[in-house]
Design a protein around this ligand. Sequence first.
Ligand code: BDR
Ligand code: CA
Length: 315
Amino acid sequence: MQRRKIILDCDPGQDDAVAMLLALASPELDVLGVSTVAGNVPLPLTKQNALVVRELAGPADVPILAGAERPLRRALVTAEEVHGASGLDGVDLPPPHRTVDPRPAAAFIVEQVMAHPPGTVTLVPVGPLTNVAEAMRQEPRLARRLRGIVLMGGAIGVGNTTPAAEFNIFVDPEAAAIVFASGADLTMLPLDATHQAITTDERIAAIRALGTRVGRVVASWLAFYRRHDMDRYGMPGGPLHDPCAVAYVLWPELFSGRFCHVAIETEGKLTLGRTVVDWWPNKAKPSGAEPNCMVIDRIDADAFFRRLTERLGRL
Ligand code: BDR
Ligand code: CA
């Protein structure tokens, strides 16, 4: 089997952590590295959390890289109200034994993408896009050399950090603007899709019922992580955003969407960080711009949770 090479770029975050476990549990994927960025919590915590998750996953040798400490041009905005003070609240795990790889995340991304044959490495960013934009600045050939970018971020409809903007794009809109204008083969998993992947009682119970340490830890994370979103949205659980991006790489048949033009608002007073999606097809496109991104708006959530649970059971 030809394993698909990915670099997961993340800001753990309980949902980032589950995305990382899904990637590490999946034999179809060759995880070249897990790079970390400041986002849900500051970088010292996101890199520490990625190390903790790697050890939870078992004897994985995948390198963990530290990346940007702050967005390209703005002060960092974090989300402790969602993820807790550590970014990974919900269960106490031992501190990691090993530390991060010494290579900076952006340099690692460039090195790996340029070292592998063209069209073979996929980036899966599930946090602010600072590391990816920085890598593109360092190596202008990067975007076209990739197989693609499958990212969690943005919204066709309403935001979650402001009425207009989703967290990952809002935190570093300048980075997002670089990535969306890069010419890379882009797929975006926006809130409209990830809000269909809800951690109901039954789905968390199925993960706990694996009876493994990973199953217990993930169930405890998800029970903590959903409380903020349940309060806000009044749904029977929280959206499990980031694993949707890894799941798309593994099982694209569970998703559907539309190829559209997406622009990033970097100046709007009320709309900073908005992903402006030109949703109407063909000649009806109001922007008149050529499509640059596959925008996903539907997910088969039952199949997604069934397959995710099965994969977690392998760890
Ligand atoms: C995104 O923001 C973060 O809080 C989550 O980890 C996810 O990547 C959802 O808006
Ligand atoms: Ca994230």
